[in-house]
Design a protein around this ligand. Sequence first.
Ligand SMILES: Cc1ncc(COP(=O)(O)O)c(C=O)c1O
Length: 391
Amino acid sequence: MLLVGRPNMPDRAAFMGRIDRMFDSGRLTNRGPMLLEFEERVARIAGTRHCIATCNATVGLELAISALGMAGDVIVPSYTFVATVHALWRQGLRPVFCDINPKTHCLDPDSVEAAITSRTTGILAVHMWGNTCATHALEDIAQRHGLKLLFDAAHAFGCGTKKRAVGGYGDAEVFSFHATKCVHALEGGAIVTDDSDLAGRLRLMVNFGFSDEDTVKHLGTNGKMSEASAAMGLTSLESMDAIIAHNRRNYAAYAFGLQAIPGISLMSRRMNQQHNYHYIVTEIDAATAGLTRDELVAALRLENVVARRYFYPGCHRMQPYTGLFPQAGRTLPVTEEIARRVMVLPTGMQVSEAEVEQLTSRIAAIVRQAPAVRAALAQCHDPRLPPFLRQ
Ligand SMILES: Cc1ncc(COP(=O)(O)O)c(C=O)c1O
């Protein structure tokens, strides 16, 4: 079975060696030595002065939103994993959904500027698929309007321009080190920033607000990363170059295999970008392919390939947002179109170039026989079909 999101398994002996050292040290959490080393390495790669490791990116986003003092309305894309928007709502903020650039799938600066009102206090942008946002335009908008600017960089560890890594843009950025990410810590996240005051507040907030053993100086939570996660994070970091090289080879195999298939386009990677190639993002033009994206996803399930409809249907069509803002789709034409077209295909260390070649041949065969595939799907009761196509 080929599926999106199978974890990259780092070197077992190296990981177990670290776990042995964790037992020997007697430190399981609360800023142990492996956590400190992990924070230092992440900050070095991101090119920032500070890194605060967290138990996951969702809590990292909530902490950063709160530490930045965002209030009222915050501009955010709807085309993102729902955690981005939940983080705002759970901190008592109102998400204002803005549309995206159809090429990068990141926030469109013109839509952002048009959505600013007197209630807006910040922008939460997402480096979607590891594509660097229009950072300069967003920084310029934030500065002119006196807004906080936070980046959800969950996908973007190891990404950036050739000159500058993702990490130091805006007021802060938040990485995810979830098991399905390129580099991971089982579960984990990190907030990176060059702002020392902000970093100081975040260090308190990630540990209930404690500044020493019995002084609480700030509202806080338990957002800490454990030593076991840091051990996995350090081990995973050691494989980072090999993972990215493998992903890049898979990307090239997809580009070659998909190029001649009508109606299927692979998201291009800009030459001036550093990329982790962690997501294989395709768009399906149903009129040309003869099958909708959903039919193609379903046909692949019957071949034991789990492709995903990320980030369908867009957060504005998920609860609680669809109930709160039922008209939001009207101002999000690109989001709605992209959410209908995108299909993400499997990659990572557990997917070989040969498997990619076989998969692209299967996709070509499915598209060649599109009318017959469509007719067969309409009659099909196979339990492997995704729920959205089951009869
Ligand atoms: C864009 C985006 N933001 C936030 C998150 C949440 O990350 P985590 O699972 O580390 O909380 C994810 C997770 O995949 C994501 O894709």
